[in-house]
Design a binder for this molecule. Structure first.
Ligand code: COS
Length: 379
């Protein structure tokens, strides 16, 4: 793939990698250990214009294409998965504005996002996870605006982000066709946040419930047509599941490198454990799976940029494949390190815990297979 993609992407990779090694990786252990927000990463990414590089240049952003954003996320995740959620969540929260926002909304919200405000995405609820269309949060017309009530669960960077794309039912009798998207601001009266979830991995990224207690917002906060919200939410995921694949890829790459280095240093029975063919086969499989995941992820990123007809399939496929690879590779990395892999002195146990979430969020891998199966005729 390196030979197939334009040199500027490899230059981008090198510059992100240098930034991550200097300003993000050194804090990854502490961020995980203390379940604290990766402030150093946020500042480093923001000052390098990489926290929301996807924002188009006419709204003050870098206008980075989907492949460039995937490479940024991959490289950040290689050092610290929690930190890679900063650019990933900002893209997830704001893609609905890019796809369906009017000029005023784009000017107001994308510009502030480029300047450093966070943007989260509120789709899931406690009783509406895989079955996203069964959401109960509702928006009721009130004069020239709307009143939102309900709650959203598992919201990444909740409380940190200033802006939220919120999907709400505007006509429950219409099911998926009765859902509408809105922009909600953290400072809107009636918005509040629950306690941080105590997670297995991605412990540096705050995940909270978001509550809407009769939040009154104007018509200028509606994104797209009334009733078009569910399709917009799904189109958004078509573009952003690729960022989760990129994240999984970075986690896998980080674990592979740690295991490979360890296998060359660690001596047992008088030689490096790399010299045992059983270990070589494990590392060869890891490298092969990562290479395949990278090809699929980058291909999906190119399809996202072109909005190809088969994007839905490829986006689900790369998220599913790369996250399964990340789980396998990180588990094998822990195995290669043996007892040292199971303690937090080495990063691979953190990477294994982080990898697990990539199989679950932005749609479980079971849902990805349903999505792929429904889009086989696009191929
Ligand atoms: N692009 C555009 N429109 C889409 C779409 C897409 N990718 N996917 C679905 N739609 C549209 C459909 O076309 C349908 O409209 P029509 O009836 O006019 O055709 C409407 O949305 C409803 O779609 P569907 O009938 O497929 O909805 P389901 O309730 O069966 O749900 C799944 C489909 C399971 C795929 C969806 O609920 C899903 O992705 N669930 C997981 C949610 C998720 O990823 N959550 C993670 C949290 S977000 S970080």
């Amino acid at each position: 793939m390196e030979a197939l993609i334009a040199p500027e992407y490899e230059e981008l990779r090198e510059s992100v990698r240098a930034l991550v090694e200097k300003k993000i990786s050194p804090f990854a252990h502490d961020v995980d250990e203390n379940a604290r927000f990766p402030q150093e990463a946020y500042e480093a990414l923001q000052s390098a214009d990489m926290a929301a590089a996807h924002v188009p240049s006419e709204f003050g952003g870098q206008g980075a294409d989907a492949l460039a954003v995937a490479i940024i996320i991959e490289e950040v995740a290689r050092g610290c998965a929690s930190s890679s959620l900063i650019p990933a969540v900002n893209k997830l929260g704001s893609i609905p504005v890019i796809l369906a926002g009017n000029l005023d909304q784009k000017e107001k919200y994308l510009r502030q996002l480029a300047e450093g405000k966070g943007f989260s995405y509120c789709l899931s609820e406690s009783e509406a996870g895989s079955d996203a269309a069964s959401m109960k949060t509702k928006a009721v017309r009130d004069g020239d605006g709307w009143i939102l009530s309900g709650s959203k669960k598992w919201i990444s960077n909740a409380g940190f982000s200033d802006f939220y794309t919120v999907l709400a039912s505007t006509d429950s009798s219409l099911g998926a066709k009765g859902i509408t998207a809105f922009i909600v601001e953290k400072s809107d009266p009636g918005v509040s946040f629950g306690a941080h979830e105590k997670k297995m991995g991605f412990r540096g990224s705050p995940t909270c419930e978001v509550y809407f207690d009769n939040v009154r917002i104007g018509e200028d906060r509606r994104l797209g047509e009334v009733g078009s919200g569910f399709a917009l939410a799904m189109r958004t995921l078509d573009h952003t599941r690729i960022t989760i694949a990129a994240q999984a890829l970075g986690i896998a790459q980080g674990a592979f490198e740690a295991a490979n280095a360890y296998a060359h240093e660690r001596k047992q029975f008088g030689k490096a454990i790399f010299d045992f063919q059983g270990v070589q086969f494990m590392l060869a499989d890891m490298a092969m799976q990562i290479a395949a995941a990278r090809q699929l992820t980058y291909l999906a990123a190119v399809k996202s940029e072109r909005s190809d007809d088969d994007l839905t399939f490829y986006s689900a496929a790369c998220k599913c494949f790369a996250s399964d690879v990340a789980m396998k590779v990180t588990t094998d990395a822990v195995q290669i390190l043996g007892g040292y892999g199971y303690v937090s002195d080495f990063p691979v146990e953190r990477m294994m815990r982080d990898a697990k979430l990539t199989q679950i969020y932005e749609g479980t891998n079971q849902i990805q297979r349903i999505v792929m199966a429904r889009h086989l005729s696009d191929l």
